[in-house]
Design a protein around this ligand. Sequence first.
Ligand code: BEZ
Ligand code: FE
Length: 290
Amino acid sequence: MTTTNDQSVSDAVTAGSHATESARAGLSNLREGAGGTVDQQRVATVVGAALEGIRAAIRENKVTYEEFDAFKRWLIAVSDTGEWPLFLDVYLEFEVEKVAAESQQGSIGTILGPFWLDGQAQLDTPATLPMRDDEPGTPMILAGQVTSTDGTPLRGATVDIWHTDDEGWYSGFASKPPAGNLRGVVRCDDEGRFEIHTRKPAPYTIPLDGPTGQMTQAAGWSPWRPAHIHLLVAAPGHRTLTSQLFFTGDPYLGNDVASADKPELTLDPQPTGNGDEVRSDRDFVLEPGD
Ligand code: BEZ
Ligand code: FE
């Protein structure tokens, strides 16, 4: 999602509408959606608190009609570009994830973000992610083992992995990488071990030509995310871990626009001696449950 080349013109609408489609279609497979009865008290409490936060911002900052109208136009633009998943995942998801983490055992996770896609290539370990013949970037191996909180290796574990290419583009959300590029669901061996061959991703900005990026820049905030690899680590009878892995030395660590980076999630890949290839080992511990 960098804006350093000619793809930037359609970034917001392309990425935004694809993220909206993906959220509609795919998230229902990943997490149980809201359904059934609405708890009136819960709605009053949560929506009431959110509205009061906005009203307080208006009162305390003496917001004018011009600013109120600009806010309305901005909200309409977020809808028109399909950027609701992007905006919500940049500015709010990390707080929801912190709440979820309070009741989660096992490895530390972080946010999902808007760029996961359902239905990607199913691969057996050791696996090479789908990539172009001339895929640019540093060859990288990510390897490890998936166990339960009692240390039992998890047979049937899978690692769903997706990340940008070496220029910061996600397949499925930008026109340059082909569909499915640098995405896959890797089936671990019977001991829960996995070895994934890929390319090291690059830092990227959220799209700067849409309302989320424009608001971010209008506030003088950094639009960058540090380079990261997204993961959904799953196993039968265990809670799925949603996580990301970052890289030591990344200039955007500690200043992630999505507030999703955590020191515990930082990798320090080491040369393997095979050309410029690097490798990181990282194990995952899953909590029993649904
Ligand atoms: C991401 O993890 O890729 C992401 C998260 C939140 C907003 C935008 C991107
Ligand atoms: Fe990402």
